[in-house]
Design a protein around this ligand. Structure first.
Ligand code: GLP
Length: 241
C-alpha cells in the first residue's frame, strides 16, 4: 500500500487526476472504475479541465461505476447515474454507451448484478479503480461485515451511511436503504486501485484501513492485500496515523 499524504483536497485531486491521465496515456481504451460521493468531485473537475485543454481524451475509455441506489431510476436527480452525468460524463468526450452504472430499476436486480460482473469481465477487467472511503470504512457500498470475497450484489445500507448520505436528499424525498454494489472481491480484481480520502471526519477510517487488522469490520482494510494500491489523503485525513 503506497500512502501519499498531501496538504489539501485540491492536491489530492490533482494527484488522482494525474494517475488517471497516465493510465489513459498508457492505454487509450482503458477501463476505469469510478466512484461517487463528494471526495472524487475535485478529481472529476480536474479531469474535465484537462479534457478542455486538450491534454486528455476519454474517446475510447470505458467506465464502470461502483454502485447505485436500488429503487432510483437513472434519471432521478439523486441516482449515481445522474451524479456521474452531471459531474463528469456530460463534460468530457466519452461515448455514453461506454459508461456503465448498475441499473437501480432492474426488474431482476440479482440478474443485473450477475450481468454487471459479466460486462466488467467482457471489457477485460478494470485497469484503474478509483475509490472513496465511507466514515465506517466502507468501499463502494460494501458496509462493515461485508464478505471480503463478495461479488456485485444487493446490499442494505447501514443507518450510519444513510445518515451520512441524507445531505444529498430533501427532507421529504425517498432515500433508498438498498443498493447494488460491486463486491469487495470485484474491486480487488482491478489491476490498480487509487483510494481518496480527505477531511478530519475520515481520519479514524483511514487509520483503521492502513494500520488496523484486516477485517470485515473495516472493509477497506482488505486493500492491504492488493499489490497495487495508492491511498491519497490530505493532512486532515492522515492525522490519526
Ligand atoms: C457513498 C459511496 C461511496 C463513497 C462514500 C463516501 O456511500 N457509495 O462510494 O466512497 O459515500 O462519500 P464521500 O466522498 O461523500 O464522503
Amino acid at each position: 500500500m503506497k500512502v501519499i499524504i498531501l496538504p489539501d483536497a485540491q492536491a489530492v485531486a490533482e494527484y488522482a487526476a494525474t494517475q488517471i491521465q497516465q493510465q489513459i496515456a498508457r492505454r487509450a481504451d482503458s477501463v476505469l472504475g469510478l466512484a461517487t460521493g463528494s471526495t472524487p468531485l475535485h478529481t472529476y473537475a480536474q479531469l474535465i479541465e484537462r479534457v478542455r485543454r486538450g491534454k486528455l481524451s476519454f474517446r475510447a475509455v470505458r467506465t464502470f461505476n461502483l454502485d447505485e441506489y436500488l429503487g432510483l431510476a437513472a434519471d432521478h436527480p439523486q441516482s449515481y447515474r445522474s451524479f456521474m452525468d452531471q459531474h463528469l460524463f456530460s463534460h468530457i468526450d466519452i461515448n455514453r454507451e461506454n459508461t456503465y452504472v448498475p441499473d437501480g430499476m432492474a426488474t431482476d436486480p440479482q440478474q443485473a448484478c450477475a450481468d454487471y460482473e459479466l460486462a466488467i469481465r467482457a471489457a477485460g477487467g478494470i485497469d484503474l479503480q478509483l475509490l472513496g472511503l465511507g466514515r465506517n470504512g466502507h468501499i463502494g457500498f460494501n458496509e462493515p461485515s461485508s464478505s471480503l470475497g463478495s461479488r456485485t450484489r444487493i446490499k442494505t445500507l447501514t443507518s450510519a451511511t444513510i445518515a451520512d448520505n441524507a445531505r444529498f436528499f430533501h427532507a421529504d424525498e425517498f432515500q433508498p436503504h438498498l443498493s447494488i454494489t460491486m463486491g469487495i472481491g470485484t474491486i480487488l480484481e482491478a489491476r490498480q486501485i487509487t483510494l481518496l480520502a480527505t477531511g478530519e471526519s475520515k481520519a479514524p477510517a483511514v487509520q483503521a484501513m492502513i494500520e488496523g487488522a484486516i477485517s470485515a469490520a473495516c472493509p477497506a482494510s482488505i486493500l492491504q492485500m492488493h499489490p497495487n494500491v495508492t491511498v491519497v489523503i490530505d493532512e486532515a485525513a492522515a492525522q490519526q496515523l
